[in-house]
Design a protein around this ligand. Sequence first.
Ligand code: NAI
Length: 287
Amino acid sequence: MKVGIVGGAGRVGSTVCYTLVLMRQADEVYLLDRDSRRAEGEAMDVMHTLSAVGSDAEVRGGSEYGELEGSDLVIVTAGAPRKPGMSRLELRGINREIVGEIAAKVAEHAPESMLFIVTNPVDVLTYHAWRASGFPRERVFGLGTYLDTVRLRSILRKELGVGYGEEAYIFGEHGDSMFPVFRLSREYPEGRLMQVYEEVRTSAMKVISSKGGTWFAPALAIAKVVEALAKGGRCTLSTYLEEHGLYLGYLAEVSMRGVRRAEFELTEEERRMLQRSAEVVGRAIEG
Ligand code: NAI
């Protein structure tokens, strides 16, 4: 698979490149960044791992959109990250323009690619990227609540011994209105499950407050989505939801043919919470 990463010199973008190469999920990666020197440096650093990985992948960096030609997938991590105390929605003013311009350029240079948005606020920016690219809905998607789902499962395992294969998800906005969806095969105390969910909801800000950002867990989550694209799979991604007319974290069927909402029944309470997330994201799209 040929993968372009726009914002590739940043912390998330460069770690995605490293993770994809380690997981042998890409044959070719181009790190595109406005800081072309750093993009070249990050690419070289990753290139130097290849003999140890036993890979023949080609990794390059620079600022040339023409290099994205023929990409199967373009991942967008460009833009400002959150600072301690900031909500994801506060980034929309800065990042909307950046991601809109990038989506239009990707559509021009890699018109057959899939467009995978990571920059926050991810659900809002996935919508703008879809509009700016002119791509069909199923070829544009965002990381959505997949990282939150990965975090939830990691903490559930540690705190309650829940199996990794169990159905525990986070749906909705990748932000304050997200909500947990449990379909576990045995009973756990409701209060403990909600405690774990609360820990997940606030966990990103704890990491940001202590180390200035999050990149290992995001990069691994992104690489797992790339693996699902190649092999087929299901992940909670920012997926276009017809009845709301926007993108929100929902279980999706993932393949190189596109990302589409999976058949998955929500309870009435969960549908109400999805509606709340849709209202938050809808206001942010218009605002
Ligand atoms: P960073 O500041 O380390 O990297 C951002 C990169 O984007 C920089 O290298 C910068 O030069 C580049 N950039 C900025 N504008 C550009 C443009 N117009 N064209 C090309 N390159 C451009 O930030 P970091 O930590 O990598 O985070 C990136 C984004 O990812 C943030 O918006 C952050 O909130 C988001 N994020 C989203 C997650 C999710 O679950 N959706 C998880 C973690 C981060």
